[in-house]
Design a binder for this molecule. Structure first.
Ligand code: GTR
Length: 335
């Protein structure tokens, strides 16, 4: 190479080096990427709210945190996902408070049948001091609650007859979420409970492994269960909230400023979920009706409620420390 060409090359290398250094300096510190668990398909109200949460966190932290939501339970079953969030392998998720019970005993109070008389009451109490007590119990177990999502009320559905009285549940194989309390609940009605992952229910209904299950309208519809279990009976036995929550280990690493930003994002997402929930409940109910599902009222719910007495007694005998929480929830609804 002649000297001129060599000088040119040296200069080019020098310039390239400078450009690379400048580019490096201009790149912001690598954003922290959060992984979030979701059981539902992307168009479900909770999923839309989780995406909102992710977007709000990203914006409010100016891109320091970039959450990503994984829908359709691709990151695992719900009990596993709760465990993974507790130990920080996942950063956030939307969890039903039912499967939370085996890990956070206080959460079981929310799984007591008929503990809330309506969704409105549930919101009112969870948004106040009662909700703070649940959040504190979760925090001890590694989870930070950022908001309470609505989940309507759960009712029984099955393949071949309406449920009008507890007699209609006798001998029925009913899928329940992973929590012994639900096994006791179905036992008390004379049925046979089968705890099972949500994703296995459709197939199990078609093969007769189970005769029925229980859920709210949006899940009954979005999972397709209404296609294979055409009797939906309005037992409304569980009004159980869900949480938008995150790993405490991830939370503890945040600056105060980012904690505030994440909390605000959680509030925005929660408000949106509750609004979308109402709309989706009506739409899902209609989809089921249009497909020929028979929806029936349960004329006398007190028969079902009376049979839950031993479930309460057994629970309180095993968890005497939770009696005051149960009493306070009941007292708050006594007016
Ligand atoms: C849904 C709930 C899910 C899951 C599911 C189930 O209503 O949103 O988180 O708990 O029920 O029955 O497993």
């Amino acid at each position: 190479m002649n000297p001129a060409a060599s000088r040119k090359l040296t200069r080019a290398i020098h310039l390239a080096g400078l450009a690379a250094t400048t580019a490096l300096l201009a790149t912001p510190a690598l954003a922290e990427q959060w992984r979030g668990w979701n059981i539902h398909p992307p168009e479900y109200p909770n999923s839309i709210a989780l995406e909102t949460f992710a977007k709000e966190v990203d914006e409010r932290t100016e891109g320091r945190i970039t959450p990503k939501v994984y829908h359709n339970a691709v990151l695992g079953d719900q009990p596993d996902a709760i465990e993974q969030t507790r130990n920080g392998a996942l950063d956030f998720g939307n969890f039903n408070m039912g499967p939370m019970g085996p890990m956070v005993p206080a959460a079981n109070v929310l799984s007591l049948p008929f503990i809330f008389e309506s969704e409105e009451r549930m919101y009112e109490l969870m948004d106040g001091e009662i909700g703070e007590r649940f959040a504190a119990a979760m925090e001890e177990q590694g989870l930070v609650a950022l908001g309470w999502f609505g989940a309507g009320s759960r009712s029984l559905y099955n393949t071949d007859h309406p449920v009008e009285t507890p007699k209609d549940v006798e001998g029925m194989k009913v899928r329940v979420m992973n929590n012994d309390l639900y096994v006791d609940m179905i036992d008390a009605l004379g049925g046979n409970a089968t705890p099972m992952a949500y994703g296995e229910v459709y197939q199990s209904l078609t093969t007769g492994v189970i005769d029925g299950a229980e859920n709210n309208f949006p899940s009954y519809e979005s999972s397709g269960h209404y296609e294979v279990a055409g009797y939906y009976s309005l037992t409304n036995h569980l009004v159980i909230p869900e949480c938008l929550c995150m790993a405490r280990s991830t939370w503890d690493e945040l600056s105060e400023e980012d904690q505030a930003a994440v909390r605000e994002a959680g509030q925005v997402a929660t408000e949106q979920q509750r609004e979308l929930w109402e709309e989706r409940t009506a739409a899902s109910r209609q989809t089921a009706l249009d497909a020929g599902v028979e929806i029936n009222e349960v004329p006398d719910k007190s028969e079902f409620q009376a049979l839950m007495q031993p479930v309460y007694e057994g629970f309180l005998a095993e968890n005497p420390d939770l009696a005051s929480l149960v009493d306070d929830i009941r007292a708050a609804q006594a007016d």
